[in-house]
Design a protein around this ligand. Structure first.
Ligand SMILES: [Zn+2]
Ligand SMILES: [Zn+2]
Length: 766
């Protein structure tokens, strides 16, 4: 009995944020017991609600420590406290969840195996020694196994496993570190491994992991059921195995990700800064793209021609066991054929991967939501520490704020490549996991299923559906077909601007340099090198890169030499450069004619295509096998010690815009430099500095006109670390404040959130 009723205080506290499935209730319980308070705590549809009663000073301490002692995975967004009448009850308890009709509780992302679980995993005396599904309140699967909210075992894919007595007592004991750990399991009661051959038939083995390790050593390709889907794995140092995987997967040159057993092993593959090590070890466990070591013991076909390697560390107990047994880094790439989405359903996985994998290591815990590995790069000395390339497992479904709350529930359908969608209500938005390029039936199915799941999980019933201006995007078609909703169209590059503003809590006015591959502009032409001025709701085109022809349309994207040709034609210089001698003279002339006549060759102001053109002029890449390849290689080629830059004047562009960035002189100067024998590394560095300086000048002019000092840099081109660093420096020199995407990718993965932020701002203002 906590004190007499006269001096007792009782509070009712509502906590919102990521507080379910992260051990928040047990931490409240332990704190209350420690402070001698009575009361209760429960999960409900909006988060956690509790009452605590006791001596006034103890209650005061409780309220302070509620935040300070919150478990590592909890994010407390809002804590509302009110005094209520003391009841004189004794003891503190955790009450069963209430099932409400409108859940707003936040589901946590999946979390890498924690140190305590890892110790048990490797302890021969522990009852979970080498148990591949060990987890606790601080780690393990979350988003990938959740079927609904509140986050409780019956609403996860663990529902089919009945806890044994030992697991149950851990689960029920508030002092235990597995108290209410929903996926809690052990070898007696939990999921188990199975080994299948390429036809899907079970292989008899007493130790599937040992069998797998020896098969990998002899060059086999393994399909591995992971957390958010299937991986394809093989030894990273086995030339034949990697080449086989590449051939069977129909993937030409795009680098394969690697998994190293620990930080030491990762350091042998790539050079790691402190920031990169921190990213690697983070509980999200993304793939970190870092500079490859010359002596990295990796087969050539892992990342042909790439200066970087993508490396991650084990994030499930199964990965830890597999990597320990394999005794060397593994290729760990998405379980799919070329551009299809990653396989996650067991029957489907065997069907789709049987031609690729020699054997399957699977388990019987279903995956609810297909979730790819996330990919990040470090931005070195710049804030933020991470540049998000793909935001998925480990980050999703953490919510983002909306600076202008949505007056009604929203769904934003995103763009076409690197598709994500976003649901939002009030001041909160949930951006989906990476869906992939929305250009086939399977990805579209995944997109539709994902939307239905998010609408249920976050209780969003959209009244407004937001889409891109492009009528042919499957995401746009999906939006238009939704019944009973209001539609709202948002221009592609404006959505990039809005996404970056919104994640920084800004509403504008601001200027944005938005550089990417393609997006449909207000005027029906293909944009991609835009200087926009405005705010969350709307912006106008203040300036843009001079538009040139895309000779032969889509083909020019796969064949950067065509862009070199188009730029030279635009600059009045159609001669085929020396470094493009591999291109047949007749073809060059045909493409030059397309560029001159404009036949089947739309105009584009894309900066991505300008990078392609320069990479081709440098002789780095006449053709590419994956998106962004030429620009990636141009960045890698840049000599960081090189000085100088090329002209990139601002020219008048009335009446459509205030100015344009005229890169014709840039291209001619590059050609002269190369003809004069200047090394490619110097030319590449000068080109990056040129774009950075020209962008800063253009933004300064637009910012002055707009009366702002805030400049956003976004769009897929700004995945280029060198360009981001140089442009931010140039902007800051001019006294401007640069914002870059931190929580979402600068590429089209961030579009859906920008659409939602824009629609919310427009609806709130109308
Ligand atoms: Zn753990
Ligand atoms: Zn058990």
């Amino acid at each position: 009995m906590p004190g007499d009723a006269a001096s007792a205080r009782r509070v009712r506290v509502r906590v919102e944020g990521t507080v379910q499935g992260v051990g928040f209730r047990p931490s409240v319980y332990r704190l209350a017991v420690e402070l001698g308070l009575a009361g209760w705590v429960l999960n409900d549809d909006r988060g956690v609600v509790l009452e605590a009663e006791g001596a006034a000073a103890a209650v005061e301490r409780f309220l302070v420590r509620l935040r300070e002692d919150a478990p590592p995975l909890a994010t407390l967004e809002r804590v509302l406290t009110e005094d209520v009448q003391p009841t004189g009850e004794g003891g503190f308890s955790i009450v069963a969840s209430e099932r409400g009709s409108k859940p707003l509780a936040l589901v946590a992302p999946d979390v890498a195996t924690c140190a305590a679980c890892l110790r048990e995993l490797l302890d021969p005396d522990d009852r979970r020694h080498r148990y591949p599904f060990i987890n606790c309140t601080d780690c393990g699967p979350r988003f990938t196994i959740v079927r609904g909210v509140p986050y409780d075992r019956p609403l996860t894919t663990m529902a089919g496993f009945q806890m044994c007595a030992a697991c149950r007592s851990e689960y029920d004991d508030p002092a235990d570190r597995r108290f209410h750990a929903q996926p809690n399991a052990c070898p007696v009661c939990g999921p188990s491994l199975a080994l299948l051959d390429a036809t899907g038939s079970a292989l008899a083995t007493s130790d599937p992991l040992a069998t797998v390790a020896s098969a990998l050593a002899s060059g086999s390709v393994l399909a591995l059921k992971g957390l958010g889907g299937y991986h394809l794995a093989c030894r990273a140092d086995h030339d034949q195995a990697v080449a086989t995987l590449r051939a069977r997967k129909h993937r030409e040159e795009k680098p394969f990700a690697l998994m190293a057993s620990d930080l030491e092993a990762a350091r042998e593959l790539v050079e790691l800064s402190a920031a990169e090590e921190e990213l690697l070890l983070g509980r999200e466990r993304p793939i970190v793209i870092a500079r490859r070591r010359p002596a990295a013991g990796v087969a050539t076909p892992v990342a042909p021609g790439s200066p970087d390697l993508g490396v991650m560390l084990p994030y499930t107990p199964l990965h830890h066991l597999l990597l320990d047994d394999a005794r060397g880094p593994l290729v760990m790439t998405s379980g799919n054929v070329s551009d299809e989405p990653i396989a996650y359903d067991d029957a489907d996985a065997v069907e789709r991967l049987r031609e690729i994998a020699d054997l399957f290591l699977v388990h019987d815990r279903p995956i609810q939501t297909r979730t790819d590995d996330s990919v990040v790069r470090s931005l070195g000395g710049l804030r933020p520490a991470a540049l998000m390339v793909r935001r998925s497992r480990g980050y999703v479904p953490a919510s983002l704020g909306l600076p202008i709350p949505a007056p009604c529930p929203l769904l934003a359908c995103g763009a076409e490549q690197k598709s994500t969608f976003c649901v939002a209500k009030e001041a909160r938005a949930w951006v989906s996991h990476h869906i992939g390029d929305l250009e086939n039936w399977e990805t579209l199915r995944s997109f539709r299923a994902g939307i239905a799941h998010f609408e249920r999980l976050f209780a969003v019933e959209p009244e407004v559906v937001v889409h891109d201006l492009h009528p042919e995007y499957l995401a746009t078609k999906y939006a238009v077909e939704r019944d009973g909703v209001e539609l709202q169209a948002v221009q592609h590059h404006h959505a990039h601007l809005a996404a970056c503003l919104a994640e920084h809590g800004e509403t504008g006015p601001a200027v944005g340099a938005i550089y990417d591959g393609t997006g449909l502009g207000d005027d029906g032409t293909v944009w991609g090198g835009e200087v926009l001025a405005g705010g969350l709701a709307d912006s106008r085109r203040a300036g843009h890169l001079l538009a040139v022809r895309l000779p032969g349309g889509e083909r020019a994207i796969r064949e950067p030499w065509r862009m070199a040709c188009a730029w030279l034609v635009a600059a009045g210089e159609a001669r085929r450069p020396r470094r493009l001698a591999e291109v047949d003279a007749g073809r060059w002339e045909q493409v030059a004619e397309l560029a001159r006549s404009g036949l089947a060759s739309p105009l584009t102001s894309s900066v991505g295509r300008l990078f392609d053109a320069v990479a081709a002029l440098c002789g780095l890449r006449a053709e590419v096998t994956y998106e962004g390849q030429a620009a990636i290689e141009l960045e890698a080629a840049a000599d960081p010690t090189a000085q100088g830059r090329y002209p990139l004047p601002l020219a008048p562009a009335a009446p459509a815009a205030d100015f344009l960035l005229d890169a014709r002189e840039t291209v001619l100067a590059i050609t002269r430099d190369l003809d004069g024998g200047t090394p490619v590394g110097v030319v590449a560095a000068r080109f990056h500095c040129t774009v950075a300086a020209g962008t800063a000048e253009a933004c300064a002019r637009a910012a002055e006109g707009e009366g702002t000092a805030v400049v956003v840099l976004s769009g897929g081109v700004f995945q280029n670390r060198l360009l981001v660093e140089r442009t931010v420096a140039a902007l800051e020199q001019r006294g401007l404040r640069a914002l870059v995407p931190e929580r979402l990718p600068p590429n089209d993965g961030g579009i859906s959130y920008g659409q939602a932020a824009t629609a919310a701002a427009r609806l709130a203002g109308s």
